[in-house]
Ligand binder design. Structure first.
Ligand SMILES: C[S@@+](CC[C@H](N)C(=O)[O-])C[C@H]1O[C@@H](n2cnc3c(N)ncnc32)[C@H](O)[C@@H]1O
Length: 428
């Protein structure tokens, strides 16, 4: 909300809600402040009881689902409004009226997340828990039985926590302690685990891996993080037990995934978005897939249209999987490691179609200007942040592109996040 010319963020409040809050901190430039809610004198219409006792809106502490107390229709209105506001300066873009959901999404929008990210902590004496962060704090809080992850993820998380408790595993910041756990599951119930630890040679790791595999994991990897910052993975993960990936069927293609590399959190929505992005891209002789991860977007396009495909991404393990994914699907894409903050890769011809799916910060500055100079006929942009998307679309519109389609998708129900696809075409 705006108070005078200060933008105030109130943890746990949603746009349109009246709350009493106290400002706890302010940015140095005095234009942004963060506040703690004291009470909600007037609840917004339609507030429901969040279907999770850990959820902050239910007076629990987990900050993972800040909108869980809002009915789906209210979440839709807020997300559409957010996209419309972020894209309001983009020439030619009309306000959206719809938020797309995967047909697989259930009425309560639960059990959709294919990945659980946990911080390891101790509570109640020696008991080890896998938890989440309390909103806007560095306090770990419990989240056992989380209803928004695929159920097998909870089983594996419980097994890992029980094994760590039984073995009295050291917990970060204790020396070489366990720090974070990521569990990814596919729609068939297979899962993969990545541990972030202070020492990957610790004896307890093999017992924890065994417990995870008894609960359904196909394999476990581990990476070392002894740094003081908040980054989770700062080194490559190495397999400590079992397989290094599992397969997820995504519409017409299959993808090898694991817990140590990025992949979209709601695979059913990603499948529909990839198909829609491919359709908007249409036929091309050469397409690029920038920020390609394990290749799902570009490979979906190539499996339909058959042109040449070149994908780029900064994480070597993602590129290893992307090349396996191309081979598994009998496609002939080329994927290579490159850091796009330095600009576009030099080689690989001139694409007539470019897919981009950058992280939240949006297109790297060099990429934005080089794309404009390169001038592919179409750019299909998949974005997880409407604000950076709006900025990039304005930039590309000034450089000769027209926005021909925009769609918003609900990739993260019960949160403020919204995923958007936009198609840009070069004007003559
Ligand atoms: C939103 S994800 C999209 C991944 C993929 N398109 C998908 O659908 O799963 C963004 C990807 O950009 C990669 N990335 C982040 N910064 C990068 C950079 N500077 N250069 C290249 N890739 C980067 C991340 O590793 C991540 O895989």
């Amino acid at each position: 909300m705006e108070v005078g010319n200060v933008r105030v963020f109130v943890a746990g409040a949603v746009p349109g809600e009246e709350v009493k809050a106290v400002v706890e901190s302010m940015a140095r430039n005095k234009r942004v402040a963060w506040a703690r809610m004291l009470e909600r004198p007037a609840d917004i219409e339609g507030r429901v009881r969040a279907p999770c006792h850990h959820a902050a809106p239910n007076r629990g502490k987990c900050g993972g689902c800040p909108w869980m107390h809002l009915p789906a229709q209210t979440q839709t209105l807020l997300k559409v409004a957010r996209v419309n506001e972020a894209l309001s300066e983009v020439p030619g873009v009309q306000p959206l009226h719809r938020l797309h959901r995967a047909p697989e999404t259930t009425a309560d929008m639960l059990a959709y997340r294919a990945r659980g990210n946990y911080v390891v902590f101790r509570s109640g004496g020696d008991r080890v828990r896998l938890g989440s962060w309390q909103a806007r704090t560095n306090k770990p809080v419990k989240m056992e039985g989380c209803p928004i992850v695929r159920p097998v993820i909870n089983d594996v998380a419980d097994a890992i926590a029980a094994s760590m408790t039984a073995q009295k595993v050291p917990i970060h910041p204790e020396k070489w302690g366990a720090r974070y756990v990521t569990i990814r599951a596919n729609s068939e119930g297979a899962s993969h685990v990545d541990l972030v630890v202070g020492d990957a040679r610790s004896r307890w790791i093999s017992d924890v891996a065994e417990a995870a595999m008894a609960a359904g994991a196909v394999g476990v990897s581990a990476s070392v993080n002894r740094e003081s910052g908040n980054a989770i993975r700062v080194a490559d993960s190495k397999v400590v037990a079992g397989a290094d990936n599992f397969v997820e069927q995504m519409g017409d293609i299959s993808l090898r995934l694991n817990a140590a590399t990025f992949f979209q959190i709601y695979p059913e929505v990603a499948t529909h978005m990839y198909a829609r992005a491919a359709e908007l891209g249409g036929p091309a002789e050469l397409a690029w897939d920038l920020y390609c991860g394990v290749g799902g977007l570009g490979l979906t396009w190539q499996s339909r249209f058959g042109g040449a495909l070149y994908g780029v991404e900064s994480v070597p393990e993602s590129i290893r999987l992307a090349n396996l994914n191309s081979r598994d699907n009998n496609l002939r894409a080329r994927f290579a490691v490159a850091d796009l903050t330095g600009g576009l890769p030099r080689t690989r011809g001139e694409p007539d179609l470019v897919f981009v799916n950058p992280p939240r910060r949006g297109l790297d500055r060099a990429i934005r200007s080089q794309l404009q100079e390169l001038g592919p006929e179409r750019i299909v942009y998949m974005s997880c942040d409407p604000d950076s998307l709006g900025r990039d679309l304005v930039y590309l519109s000034r450089g000769g592109y027209g926005v021909t389609a925009v769609e918003a998708w609900d990739m993260m129900p019960h949160t403020q996040h919204v995923e958007v696809i936009a198609c840009l075409e070069l004007r003559n």
